[in-house]
Design a binder for this molecule. Structure first.
Ligand SMILES: [Zn+2]
Length: 375
């Protein structure tokens, strides 16, 4: 039962479908690598932990649900302001109770590309402090199990929780082991995002980053995209509680997560749009024209900002240079048209280049390929 319930959403999600396809495909043709052209991170679901009748963890002066909401809204604001191509969806924008399964459902129904659930930690010791990021998986320490247990306790506020979560028992370690079997297909990407978040907490907000861990979180159990649960800090540590309650603290933490998300998005899109593809045996081979307009000996980090107004920027590496191209055209004349547009924008040396299955080739080779195809 549990198994089926978890697999069905795999097929509901476009993003997941691609992943599954490659997954299956890689067994059929082990040496084939496919280019996921056009894969973009265009929707994020931001989940403010707890809410309404579920306050979450508590400090002397704070409830977790209030801090998670403020940080979630700030994070969404930074993303909407700076990454115009990303749609931000919140699981809640006010102080309301949302069941855990519903949060994952919102992410799946919106075909989100990333899911981030925001929380605050607590500990019997008032000395514990720092931020942690979690992805679903098997816990390695008792502390990690304890964090997941506390977060999963939210289901005590839900009706029919036992049936809803496949007989999940909050206090049984076996339940957590079972949960870890449903590891997200996007484990690698989830871990990458979690690491990015921890590293921004450290470098941008100058917080103690306690690291990336795995444990069985019900809120991450059913999501079908890269998913991370963030513990911003400990409400039980008076100094950290004051920071988490402050506007400055909330802004710094939200901005750190924004920076991490941006980095994750940039890297993901670079890898999925630009990588030269090795052609599979079955699929038709295809010529593609792009306009090369810029070259640099070092990689340009934020191409969206640097080449504002240039369409579909990608790059390929040639010798020691990163060569930047615009557009993906199926005919030379379309590419020439766009080359003229770019020349008008000040890229005076822009010229048309041709690719066969993601690999740059000469026009002579392109003509040869075309005449072979016609005969
Ligand atoms: Zn929480």
């Amino acid at each position: 039962m549990l198994m089926l319930a978890n697999i069905v959403p795999f097929f509901k999600c476009r993003f997941r479908k691609i992943g599954l396809f490659i997954f299956v495909f890689s067994f059929l043709f082990p040496t084939v690598s496919l280019a996921q052209k056009g894969s973009k991170i265009s929707t994020i679901v931001i989940d403010a932990g707890h809410g309404g009748k579920d306050p979450g963890a508590s400090g002397k002066h704070s409830h977790e649900k209030d801090i998670t909401l403020k940080v979630a809204l700030k994070l969404g604001h930074y993303i909407s302001e700076n990454l115009k191509d990303v749609k931000v969806i919140y699981t809640r924008k006010t102080d309301v109770f949302i069941p855990l399964y519903k949060r994952a459902e919102i992410a799946n129904d919106h075909h989100a590309d990333v899911f981030i659930s925001i929380h605050c930690n607590s500990n019997p010791s008032t000395r514990a402090y720092g931020a942690e990021s979690y992805v679903i998986g098997l816990y390695k320490t008792k502390d990690n199990l304890m964090v997941a247990q506390k977060e999963n306790e939210a289901i005590m506020y839900e009706d029919n929780a036992k049936e809803r979560y496949g007989g999940f028992d909050l206090n049984s370690p076996q339940s957590y082991i079972n949960l870890s079997l449903f590891q997200n297909l996007h484990l690698k990407q989830s871990l990458q995002l979690a690491h990015d978040i921890e590293s921004e907490f450290k470098s941008y907000a100058h917080r103690k980053a306690r690291g990336v861990y795995q444990a069985g979180f019900l809120v991450l159990w059913q999501t079908t995209m890269p998913s991370v649960l963030v513990e911003l800090g400990f409400l039980t540590n008076p100094k950290e509680e004051a920071y988490l309650l402050s506007n400055k603290g909330q802004s710094q933490l939200a901005y750190s997560i924004y920076l991490a998300f941006k980095k994750f998005k940039t890297n993901f899109e670079r890898e999925n749009n630009v990588k030269p593809a090795v052609q599979s045996s079955g699929a038709p081979q295809k010529l593609e024209y792009r306009v090369q307009f810029y070259a640099s000996s070092s990689e340009i980090r934020n191409t969206g900002k640097r080449f504002k107004g240039v369409a579909e920027v990608s790059y390929y590496k040639s010798a020691r240079y990163f060569k930047y191209t615009a557009g993906h055209f199926s005919t030379v004349s379309e590419a020439v048209k766009y080359r003229n547009v770019l020349r008008g924008k000040g890229y005076k040396d822009a010229f048309v280049v041709v690719f066969l299955n993601g690999k740059r080739i000469s026009f002579t080779e392109a003509r040869k390929f075309q005449s072979q195809k016609q005969h």
